[in-house]
Design a protein around this ligand. Structure first.
Ligand code: HAM
Length: 403
């Protein structure tokens, strides 16, 4: 038997109900915030992710599904959604059009990580990207949107916030941090030694316990922000407080993708084990320009659908639609015709096996439909159909034209 690849799951049955319920709920809420659907390809040029997510990130360094295609192009399966949306935004010249453009998307992402509970190689994200708003109010509105989605789905969360500064305050901070980390070199892990030269702020979220102990004393970017970034961060916190959204400031939250500046946030759940991040995002004002577009402020987030599926409180499913059954072969053709007409407006299931009434009722009960409708030779003669409401258990015989 051929099985699915490690870390790549099928989604069906009950999981599929959770999956589609998540997407329809998140879609409705994103639309209320003025976002429009965008679909981008699963396969992109590798250079897109190298330049946006960053060569020094784990995603690009270790986790990409990268290959040379039959036309000798260096391509890879998208590890995340932002880069493709930014590429589409520039390719459609929306950066030149100016104004505000807001998109949402959902789909499969691919990262060659070590699979474990909550960590897949093919997983699904729901994400939004907003272009053209240079105001921290938009950052707050992203956070409010995630919070609305999670609350609607009955999911509790902790929100962690940080600011990653801008071109003015990040470079001098980076120098201070490099100096600090270099002093610790004898006592830190290999990954951190490498990061000092490639992407020093990533040392702050090193998972190694002894590194973390050392970094408690590291200079904090939040204490080294320029006045503009500082004011924005204070405003962001005030907006969240005004809207009843609780947060924790986490000075070590640096995110695993290189394109962020200023606001960075992550939503975590305490109920799904070690892979606890259920959504993450932030501002990325430099990325459009970095990918050769006109400078455009931007902010967004993405949510991990598989992690959320475990946490969703599903609404009670109501019985819905019809089961139509025939008592004999002659009635079957008429049953098929009636089902075809009724499907203009309703869910209709039909059993092609002729059965007695008791067995049809049993089969209808299993399908969770509201009505069981049966046609036999008497009904054929009278032009009627027998219908039982499986919720209130009432029965009636209706003329076919009234069904
Ligand atoms: P990210 O934090 O890499 O951000 O991913 C967002 C979410 O995807 C995570 O919080 C997690 O729930 C889920 N996720 C990530 N990796 C896996 C995995 N291997 N298995 C299962 N779920 C996973 C981004 O991707 C950014 N593009 C978010 C963004 C949009 N920032 C601005 N706009």
């Amino acid at each position: 038997m051929i099985s699915s690849l490690r870390g790549m799951n099928d989604i069906l049955s009950d999981d599929y109900k959770r999956f589609t319920y998540f997407i329809s709920t998140a879609t409705k809420i994103a639309q209320r915030y003025g976002f429009h659907f965008i679909e981008t390809p699963l396969l992109e040029e590798t250079a897109l992710f190298k330049r946006s997510v960053g060569e020094s990130s784990d995603i690009v360094g270790k986790e990409m599904y990268q290959f040379i295609d039959k036309g000798e192009n260096d391509v890879c399966l998208r590890p995340e959604g932002t880069a493709g949306v930014v590429r589409a935004f520039i390719q459609k010249k929306l950066d030149r059009a100016g104004g505000i453009h807001r998109f949402f998307y959902h789909g499969a992402m691919f990262r060659y990580e070590r699979p474990q509970k909550g960590r897949l190689r093919q997983f699904h994200q729901f994400g939004v990207e907003s272009f053209g708003v240079d105001s921290v109010y938009e950052d707050a509105s992203m956070i409010m949107m995630v919070s609305d989605i999670l609350k609607t789905l009955g999911i509790g969360y902790r929100l962690q916030l940080n600011s990653l500064g801008c071109n003015e305050c990040m470079p001098p901070y980076r120098q201070k941090l490099i100096k600090f980390v270099k002093e610790c070199v004898g006592n830190i892990c290999e990954d951190c030694i490498r990061r000092v030269d490639t992407n020093p702020i990533r040392v702050l979220d090193c998972k190694n316990g002894s590194c973390q102990e050392l970094y408690v004393g590291a200079p904090k970017l939040l204490h080294n922000l320029c006045s503009g970034c500082n004011d924005d961060f204070d405003t962001l916190k005030k907006i969240l407080e005004n809207n009843g959204i609780e947060y924790e400031v986490n000075t070590n939250l640096v995110r695993g993708l290189d394109y962020y500046s200023k606001t960075a946030f992550e939503f975590v759940s305490d109920n799904i084990g070690s892979q606890s991040a259920i959504a993450g995002g932030g501002r990325y004002d430099r990325l459009v320009e970095f990918l050769d577009g006109r400078p455009t402020p931007a902010v967004g987030f993405a949510m991990g659908i598989e992690r959320l599926m475990e946490l969703i409180v599903m609404p009670e499913t109501k019985k819905e639609g019809y089961y139509i059954g025939a008592m004999d072969d002659e009635a079957l053709d008429l049953a098929v015709k009636i089902a075809h007409q009724k499907r203009n407006s309703d869910v209709v299931l039909i059993d092609y096996k002729t059965k007695n009434l008791k067995n049809h009722l049993k089969a209808a009960d299993k399908e969770n439909v509201k009505y069981c409708a049966i046609i036999g030779s008497n009904e054929m003669k009278d032009g009627t159909i027998w219908v039982k409401n499986l919720e209130d258990k009432t029965e009636q015989t209706l003329l076919l034209e009234d069904f």
